[in-house]
Design a protein around this ligand. Structure first.
Ligand SMILES: [Fe+2]
Ligand SMILES: [Fe+2]
Length: 288
C-alpha cells in the first residue's frame, strides 16, 4: 500500500503534535509548560484528543495479538540501517517549508546529544534508531496504531494514562477477563510477559531484539510507556529486573523529549559514524 503525499503529511503532523503534547505534559525542569503560551481554543489539542479517543477505543487485547501476528513475521521489507532511515524520512516532503525538523533530524539530535554526554556507543545507536518503528505508518497503519503513549493491555487501564476517560469505549473495559488490576497477568510477572498496546515501540523491539544489548532493547520497547516511566502506574506488573533496566529507559527519555534544537545536524558529515556503528551491531540488512 502506498500513501499519498497528503496522507504522509498528515502522519508526520500527527507525530509532531504528539511530541508537542508530551512537552506540555512533561515540560523540561525549570521551563514553563508550552501550554501556558497557548490559547484556550486550541485546534492542535483537539486533534490530539481525537487521536487518543481512537487509540484508547481500538487498542484491545485481541487487537494487539492480531497485530503481533500480522507484523512480527518481519516479512515486509529488508533494509540496511541507513535505507530504513531514508525510508522513514519519506514521511516528509522536503519541499514543505512548514516542516521544522524531519525524522532523520529528530533521530540524529537525540543520538548526538547522547554521544556528547559520553555514553556507550550502543546507547548512541539506540538513540539513532529508536523511532524507526514509525515505518509502520508507511505500511499503511493508522496513526493511533503507530505513535502515542503505550500501556499494557489485558488488564485494567490505569487512570495515569493520558485521557483515561476514553478507555470507556474500549471493549476490554467491560470484559471481566481484562478489567481487573492484574487481568490475565500475575503480580510482578515481569514486563516480558505483558502485551503492550501496539505501536512503533513494540514493533521495533522485535526488529532489533537479536542485535542490541538488553538495555537498548528496553529503551526501544518502553520509551513511550509514560504511565510507567513517568507515573509508575504499573509497578505491580514489573519484576526486579525490569526496574533495573528501566534506569536506562529513564535516562533516555530526556534525550527523546528535550533535544529538539533549531540547529540541524549535518547529516552528510555524521553518516559515516553511524554506518560504522551499524556495522558493529547490526546485520547488513535488517528485516522489517
Ligand atoms: Fe518514539
Ligand atoms: Fe522519539
Amino acid at each position: 500500500m502506498r500513501l499519498s503525499s497528503d496522507q504522509k503529511k498528515e502522519a508526520h503532523d500527527m507525530m509532531e503534535l504528539w511530541e508537542d503534547n508530551l512537552l506540555e505534559r512533561y515540560p523540561e525542569n525549570g521551563k514553563k509548560s508550552k501550554e501556558e503560551f497557548r490559547n484556550y481554543d486550541n485546534p492542535a489539542r483537539d486533534t490530539v484528543r481525537e487521536f487518543y479517543r481512537q487509540n484508547h477505543k481500538h487498542q484491545t487485547y485481541d487487537f494487539v495479538l492480531q497485530k503481533e501476528k500480522e507484523f512480527l513475521k518481519l516479512d515486509r521489507k529488508a533494509m540496511g540501517l541507513w535505507d530504513a532511515v531514508e525510508f522513514l524520512n519519506t514521511l516528509v516532503d522536503d519541499s514543505d517549508p512548514d516542516i521544522d525538523l524531519d525524522q532523520t533530524q529528530h533521530l540524529l539530535q537525540t543520538s548526538e546529544a547522547i554521544r556528547a554526554d559520553g555514553h556507550p556507543d550502543w546507547f548512541v545507536l539506540t538513540g539513532f534508531l529508536h523511532d524507526l518503528g514509525k515505518v509502520l505508518c508507511l505500511f499503511g497503519e493508522p496513526q493511533w496504531a503507530v505513535v502515542g503513549d503505550t500501556y499494557p493491555v489485558g488488564c485494567q487501564f490505569s487512570d495515569k494514562i493520558v485521557y483515561p476517560e476514553f478507555f470507556e469505549a474500549n471493549s476490554d473495559s467491560t470484559d471481566e477477563r481484562f478489567n481487573t488490576k492484574l487481568g490475565v497477568y500475575t503480580e510482578n510477572c515481569g514486563l516480558r510477559n505483558v502485551h503492550m498496546s501496539w505501536g512503533h515501540d513494540e514493533y521495533l523491539y522485535h526488529v532489533m531484539k537479536d542485535h542490541l544489548p538488553e538495555e537498548g532493547l528496553y529503551i526501544i520497547r518502553y520509551h513511550s510507556f509514560y504511565a510507567q516511566h513517568r507515573e509508575r502506574a504499573y509497578d505491580h506488573l514489573m519484576d526486579k529486573h525490569d526496574h533495573k533496566m528501566f534506569e536506562w529507559v529513564n535516562k533516555f527519555n530526556p534525550y527523546d523529549l528535550y533535544t529538539k534544537a533549531p540547529k540541524r545536524p549535518n547529516v552528510i558529515e555524521l553518516k559515516p559514524y553511524y554506518e560504522d556503528l551499524a556495522a558493529k551491531y547490526l546485520p547488513d540488512t535488517i528485516r522489517f
